[in-house]
Structures are given as C-alpha cells and as structure tokens.
Design a protein around this ligand. Structure first.
Ligand code: MN
Length: 472
C-alpha cells in the first residue's frame, strides 16, 4: 500500500489523528463507556476496565476526585487497531510490515497542545491521576507512556514503553529491559551522565503500536508511526531538555534517568498473568510536566487485553517478515491469547514440500526469544480460532513423527516455568502430507450451508407451529 493510498484510507479523519480523534470514533460506534464520578484510582478503575476489556473503552471523568479524566481499553482487539488505521483486519500485518520497511520522518513544530500547561514544580500524584492496577502492584504505575530517549552521541530518538512506578513526587522507578533505551542509558552512564528522556501519555494507537516494533537500534519508531498513519508526526522540543515529543499528545513528563542510581521497583502485574518481581532498577528524576488544558490520561491495565494486543501485532508482523524472508510458503502468523500473545505462535502455510514445516518451526524459534511453542497449520485452518488449531493438531499430527523439542534455549525471563529465562522450545507440525489422497484430509461440508436464509426457511412463531404439529 502506498502512502498516498493510506492518506486516502483515512478520509473523514481530516484532523491529525491523535487520541481524541480515536476516542471520538469509539464513542460514535458505541465502543466507549463513561463511568460515574467517584471511582477510586486504587483498584476500582482497573477492575471496571478489566470487566469491560472485551467490549468497550472506558472514560473515567474524575477518578479519585481528580480533575483530569482517565481512559482505558482504547484498543483491546486487533480489529480495533485496524479500524484506528482505517484498514480491514486482514491488512493489519502487511500494513505494519510496510511501515517498518518505509518509515516516514517526523516534522518539528514550535507550538504544541501538549505544552499548553507547564508544571515546573512537580508532584506526580497531585498533577496526574495515576492508577494502581493489579492486587500486588507496589502502588500507582504509569503504564501507557512512550519513553522517548535520544542517542547521546547522534541525537537519534528511540521510542519504547516501560512500566513506571511512582516512587516519589518527582521520582519514577523504571524497568529497562536489555534493548535500545538501556543501550542509550549505558552510553550516557559510562560518560558519567544521565539520559534525558520524556514520558508521553495519550497518543493515537498507531504511535503506541509503532513503539513496539522490533526495529533495529537507531531506527526511530515515531517514523514507523508516521508511516502507519500516512502522514508525518508533528513533534515539539521539550521545555527542559532536547527530546522531541508528539505535539498532539495529552501529557508529557520531562526528566532524566539518573546515573549510578538504582532503587527498588515492583512487584508489578505483567503480561504472562504473573507479577514481575521487586528489584533495584533505574530511576527517573522528573523536571517538568506539560499537558493540554483539558488533558486525558491513558492507562493500560497490566496483563489486560490492551497490554496483550499491544505486544501481539508488532511481534506478529516482525515474525511474519522474518519467516517470509526464508520461506515462500508462509502466509500468516498469530501469537495466541492463551500463549499470552508472546510465547505461542501459529504459522499458516501453503505447503508444497514435506519437511519444510520443521524448518519453519526452527526459523520461528530464531525470530524472537520469547517464542516457546510453534504450531504449523495448513491454509484450511482458521488461526484466529483455538478450536480449529487444536483440531489440526488432533487430526494431522503424530507426536513421534511431527514434534520438535529443543532443550536449554533462551526464553522469556517472565515465564515462571523457565529456569531464569532458560527455556525449552516445542514445535508441532500439524500439516497434512503433500502426497495425501484427495479424500483423506478433506474436511466434511454440507452443501448449501453458506446459502441458508433463516427468515425464509423458518416459521415466524415456532411455539404456535409446534403446538399445531405435535399435540400432547
Ligand atoms: Mn528502538
């Protein structure tokens, strides 16, 4: 899809796509609930969000008596993400692949709604409605903030999301996994410096999704967001440092990751549905908070559907790209819900040679260390349906012939069954043999099923009809 056609596909969204344009669309299509006043920021806001996570976004007008509203569940299904980009769900992964290949540089602007209000005297819990989510979380967490940092040598920006614990009025404990933000921070720390950053809250889903692309170091994820939306993101310089942030964001927290400081952070409810443990982690000192006059705070419940979907789509696109580089038969992939949208991968193939599914399985293990189980299925299996995937395993797989087990590989540290991140891998080839006769694996089918018109063939009043036909 070209960039001009993606602009065209957003026709009707003439305003720059931001959180508000997306919330307006959700409200207009009956996908937004609004809570009554008086909901507590501690547990209750997360409980209501979780209750509605498969149905609706929720706007809390004044949670905990706070003047600033909170929104949650802004995308809890892949079809919502596709809708936010103005495309159909089957175009989602190809569109993401395309955006990663052809990034669109952002443009800098001088004035920004995100800076209408500036607090230089910072008190996080007073100025922002920050919820506490899962039962044993250590306290309130900022969970939906884009952390934007600059390469200290080149100025190239990186965008990622981290769990951010409120540790004091102007202090945030942050978990930095071994990726790009940590790489930039180590560069700064080795030079005896801190790393200037910004935490950006309240952006369009495209910006959140783009932040999760498995891009190379020094590939600015905000350029992927621009490509996803088909127009450059407008960025503005922070008030207290050189970091550039989306001008149409709701809220920006400006600060610096402190050198040679580590303080306790955690526990925090994570995507595997377990708690990430408490440990000494990096610390952000906050210099300023800026926001819109009527800012909206976005929160993501840890381990909820929004958290799962947020990791799912960018990883699927990356794994699909990785597999298609080596295997022309790969058509689609899905990270399943039961596999916490990270660990269990299903690959759909148009199989042309026996044996290749096992090569695909080994390729997928190499695609991302989180992938722990791979199931390969044929084109006639609906990979969005766990029952269909199990049916393929039940009827096309033999464990002594079609199973691969690899011991002692790298896995996810957040998988509590792993040995500190050392994990086994399992591959299941659930495809039918190429040479199978035409009837052996032919799915049963009733002729005319798809054409049945129920109002035409059924009587209007079944109770009365039944009483006429069957007498007591
Ligand atoms: Mn990056």
């Amino acid at each position: 899809m070209t960039q001009s056609s993606s602009v065209h596909s957003l026709a009707g969204h003439n305003a720059l796509p931001d959180l508000r344009t997306w919330l307006q669309r959700l409200a207009a299509t009956d996908r937004l609930a609004v809570a009554r006043d008086g909901v507590s920021l501690t547990d209750e806001l997360a409980a209501i969000s979780k209750k509605l996570e498969l149905e609706r976004a929720v706007l809390f007008p004044s949670p905990g008596g706070h003047a600033m509203p909170v929104v949650s569940n802004i995308f809890t299904d892949r079809s919502w993400v596709a809708d936010s980009l103005g495309i159909s769900t089957d175009k989602l992964l190809p569109r993401f692949q395309q955006a990663v290949r052809h990034r669109l540089p952002w443009v800098e602007v001088d004035e920004a709604p995100a800076q209408e209000v500036v607090h230089r005297d910072v008190d996080l819990l007073k100025q922002l409605p920050i919820p506490k989510h899962n039962e044993h979380d250590s306290g309130p967490y900022i969970t939906a903030a884009l952390l934007i940092a600059r390469n200290p040598k080149t100025g190239v920006q990186n965008v990622s999301i981290h769990r951010c614990q409120v540790s004091g009025p102007d202090r945030i404990g942050v978990l930095l996994l071994p990726r790009h933000t940590l790489h930039y921070f180590k560069m700064a720390e080795q030079a005896g410096e801190g790393l200037d950053i910004a935490l950006v809250i309240g952006v369009h889903p495209a910006c959140i999704l783009a932040s999760q692309a498995i891009a190379a170091v020094d590939e600015d994820e905000m350029e992927i967001a621009g490509a996803l939306l088909g127009r450059p993101i407008e960025m503005v310089k922070c008030k207290t440092n050189q970091v550039r942030v989306p001008a149409h964001a709701e809220i920006v927290i400006e600060g610096r990751i402190l050198p040679n400081v580590r303080e306790p952070e955690g526990p925090f409810g994570e995507f595997p549905q377990y708690y990430g443990p408490r440990a000494d982690r990096e610390v952000i000192h906050v210099a300023a908070i800026t926001h819109r006059k009527d800012a909206i705070f976005h929160t993501i419940v840890g381990g909820g559907m929004e958290h799962l979907v947020l990791g799912e789509i960018p990883r699927e696109a990356t794994l699909l790209e990785h597999l298609q580089r080596s295997f022309a038969s790969v058509r689609d992939v899905r990270l399943t819900r039961g596999g916490v949208c990270r660990y269990h991968l299903v690959v759909k193939v148009e199989k042309t040679s026996n044996g290749e599914p096992k090569n695909i399985i080994m390729g997928a293990f190499g695609g991302h260390y989180d992938v722990k189980q791979v199931v390969v299925v044929d084109m006639d299996v609906n990979i969005d349906d766990p029952v269909e995937i199990e049916w393929a395993i039940a009827t096309r797989f033999q464990a002594d012939r079609d199973l691969i087990v690899v011991s002692g590989a790298q896995g996810s540290k957040l998988d509590p069954s792993s040995d500190g991140g050392i994990s086994a891998k399992m591959g299941i080839d659930a495809t039918k043999p190429v040479e199978a006769g035409p009837m052996v694996f032919k799915r049963i089918h009733v002729n005319g099923l798809e054409q049945v018109d129920l109002p035409r063939v059924l009587q209007d009043d079944p109770k009365a009809a039944f009483a006429r036909i069957v007498t007591a």
